[in-house]
Design a protein around this ligand. Structure first.
Ligand code: ADP
Length: 503
């Protein structure tokens, strides 16, 4: 009796495994932190063997906790930190170096060179991305350039590259499969998101041999079986998606115009744009959304696309109030303080601690607190910090609305800070749209599970999955248009100050 789907969620700070039942309810969960390696300021690495062993350990632990063995698992879905690059030996399965993590800035200069070569438009056109060191391309080239003999070995076909999903599939299948999915490929900055193939010109620019790249498949797809020695028996791997795309899927944003926002350290906003790859004129990224290839799919798969924008500092501002300013004993406490006052008395915090992302794009902007008068208190400060998360979100959503030509009338939310009722209410107020918080906020793992379950017939179609999306709470706008305009105008002014200070 195969009653469950096992989701592997390989994140930046930890490896997790969640087992879901047919109702999308969590049966068991295990988590293990992974070591962050900082060889130099701005450089971030992970040990690929630790990524693999921790992922395997949590899978075994989640199975044991639930009292299940492999035969109860219908399929495995994988979701992962995106863009992180791993290169390994095809025969021995040994990595040639640590994984270079998405956050790592070591190739920032290389990206500047690409821009100077006039490649920005080409990269945007083909890959949907704005050239940046976050994406895998320059990380792969760095590994080939800096590990002794790597270029020669790569040219001789001895090395393989993969994002974390690809590495896990290779390990899970006992070295038999070298595959990835469209969502992960779309973050490498060498993948043509329109033609759905690796881009020869970009491969040439980075001198990356075609032979080291994985085959790219739809997110819901039969990727292969686990090696029986690994989890006690063969289990099909049937779903893969990068974390944010998995969350979009886990939130059941299957249709054009549907949007989710994950409120974590930062905010990650994705809007499904259907079969159209929308080009942003506001600095948002165009990316591939997760889709399932079914038996009924004849001919080339039509992917769904998404536009993506992120806010660098969101929940992190609350963490700063707690750890840096020592104004809070827990992040959750922020709600109670914010609700003690009826507004911020015209004060605004712009938490541009690391510059400002979409749609402002100014790396030199810095945090600023404006509008202080005698009445300003701790409560106002905390409230202003929470409100800043909602304002930044509105700015990204407005950019999405303009780019996609779709009006946003509701927002699905998840992530740690989405638990804050004050923030969710203020978000609805200032956006003038409903916010919907699901019961299960493990949407990333759930999205991977849905992909694997749909591919293997565990769930028959997305309609059946939609029934699993259970509402925890909705928040409806409660302020009038005049007040909304007034608040937004104040935020605009504050942003202006943060940008002025950046000059
Ligand atoms: P990540 O996955 O980025 O580590 P999480 O989804 O776990 O983030 O969310 C943690 C972040 O959310 C932290 O920055 C924390 O300060 C913030 N946070 C957590 N709970 C709350 C809350 N109730 N209210 C406001 N912020 C919160």
């Amino acid at each position: 009796m195969e009653k469950y789907i096992l989701a592997l969620d390989q994140g930046t700070t930890s490896s997790r495994c969640i087992i879901f039942d047919h109702a999308g309810t969590v049966k068991s969960m295990a988590q293990k932190e992974i070591k962050q390696i900082y060889p130099r300021p701005g450089w971030v690495e992970h040990d690929p063997m630790e990524i693999w062993s921790s992922q395997l350990a949590v899978a075994a632990e989640a199975l044991a906790q639930a009292g299940l063995n492999f035969s109860a698992i219908k399929a495995i879905g994988i979701t992962n930190q995106r863009e992180t690059a791993i290169v390994w030996d095809k025969l021995t399965g040994k990595p040639i170096h640590n994984a270079i993590v998405w956050q790592c800035r070591r190739t920032a200069d290389k990206v500047e060179e690409l821009k100077e070569l006039g490649l920005t438009d080409y990269i945007r056109e083909r890959t949907g991305l704005i050239p940046d060191a976050y994406f895998s391309a320059t990380k792969i080239a760095w590994l080939l350039d800096n590990v002794k003999g790597a270029r020669e070995r790569a040219a001789a076909g001895e090395l393989l590259f993969g994002t974390v999903d690809s590495w896990l599939v290779f390990k899970l299948t006992g070295g038999k499969k070298h595959l990835t999915d469209f969502t992960n490929a779309s973050r490498t900055m060498i993948f043509d998101i329109h033609r759905l193939c690796w881009d020869e010109k970009l491969l040439g620019i980075h001198n990356i041999p075609r032979t080291m790249l994985p085959k790219v498949c739809p997110s819901g797809y039969y990727f292969g079986d686990t090696d029986p020695a690994i989890l006690g028996g063969k289990i099909p791997i049937a779903g893969i998606a990068g974390d944010q795309q998995a969350a979009l899927f886990g939130q059941c944003c299957f249709n054009k115009g549907e949007v989710k926002n994950t409120y974590g350290t930062g905010c990650f906003l994705l809007m499904n744009t259907g079969n159209e790859a929308v080009k942003s004129s506001h600095g948002l990224i165009t990316t591939i959304a997760a889709t399932v290839s079914t038996v009924a799919t004849i001919g080339p798969v039509l992917p769904q696309y998404a536009i993506e924008g992120s806010v660098f500092v969101a929940g992190d501002a609350i963490k700063w109030l707690r750890d840096g300013m020592r104004l809070l004993s827990s992040a959750a406490e922020s709600q109670e303080y914010a609700e003690k006052v009826s507004d911020t008395e015209g004060c605004y915090l712009v938490p541009a601690f690391t510059g400002l992302g979409a749609p402002y794009w100014n790396p030199y902007a810095r945090g600023i607190l404006v509008g202080i008068t005698h009445g300003f208190s701790k409560e106002h400060f905390i409230r202003a910090a929470l409100e800043s998360i909602a304002y930044q979100t509105v700015d990204v959503l407005k950019a999405m609305e303009e780019d996609a030509g779709v009006a946003i009338n509701s927002l699905r939310v998840d992530g740690g800070a989405s638990a804050n009722d004050f923030l969710m209410q203020f978000q609805a107020d200032i956006l003038n749209a409903e916010t919907h918080r699901p019961e299960c906020i493990e949407t990333t793992a759930l999205g991977a599970a849905y992909l694997a379950g749909l591919t293997t017939g565990f769930w028959s179609d997305t309609g059946e999955i939609l029934k699993n999306w259970r509402l925890n709470r909705s928040f409806t706008p409660e302020i009038d248009e005049t007040r909304r305009k007034e608040l937004l105008a104040g935020w605009e002014k504050a942003l202006g100050c943060a940008l002025y200070a950046a000059r």
